[in-house]
Ligand binder design. Structure first.
Ligand SMILES: C[S@@+](CC[C@H](N)C(=O)[O-])C[C@H]1O[C@@H](n2cnc3c(N)ncnc32)[C@H](O)[C@@H]1O
Length: 166
């Protein structure tokens, strides 16, 4: 079986500066106080949510250690989201190039849990024919999995999608 922990530990991820801030920012719901950044890596998006209680979770312990140093005021946890989606409620979930890495056999469980636990969501994920995508990406039908109330093209196959409660 494919070992996600060692894959991500070996691959790591450094996305550099957060991208598409101007596009994301208007979709943060007014009044939202808590946010969960799923697959947060080194927490590069934490500053975007500086006015909220921010929690980041990632399977890669090395990236979480970096995130903790960069953003001491935030909560970061090491965990596989598939096991971790447990006992929490957040106003918002945020995923950047994360759900695309959840295998098809788990995506419904993960999306159902996110929808149940979080009122709203902002997703930046690759869709489409996969050209230019890295390995271990899957093309999920986000419109089927979430209640997508806004979608826009950011770059190539990368979309910004906003989930709102029905
Ligand atoms: C392409 S990186 C994106 C990181 C970050 N969201 C960003 O945009 O900078 C994908 C991240 O998802 C994490 N990841 C992959 N599968 C995961 C899982 N099942 N549970 C938690 N994190 C996971 C990886 O460790 C990696 O940091």
């Amino acid at each position: 079986m494919f070992n996600y922990v060692s894959y991500w530990e070996n691959r790591g991820w450094s996305g550099g500066e957060p991208e598409w801030i101007d596009e994301i920012f208007p979709h943060i719901p007014r009044g939202a106080k808590t946010v969960l950044d799923v697959g947060c890596s080194d927490g590069r998006y934490a500053p975007l949510f500086s006015k909220m209680d921010y929690t980041g979770v990632d399977i890669n312990a090395g990236q979480i250690a970096i995130a903790k140093k960069k953003c001491p005021g935030c909560d970061f946890y090491v965990g596989d989201i598939i096991d971790w989606l447990d006992n929490f409620q957040y106003d918002l979930f945020f995923s950047s190039k994360f759900l695309q890495h959840i295998p098809p056999e788990y995506i419904e469980e993960v999306s159902e849990s996110l929808k149940f636990r979080c009122k709203n969501g902002i997703m930046i994920e690759c869709v489409g024919d996969g050209k230019g995508l890295a390995e271990h990406n899957w093309h999920h039908d986000y419109r089927k999995l979430f209640n997508v109330v806004h979608e826009e093209v950011l770059e190539g196959p990368v979309r910004l999608m906003v989930h709102g409660k029905k």
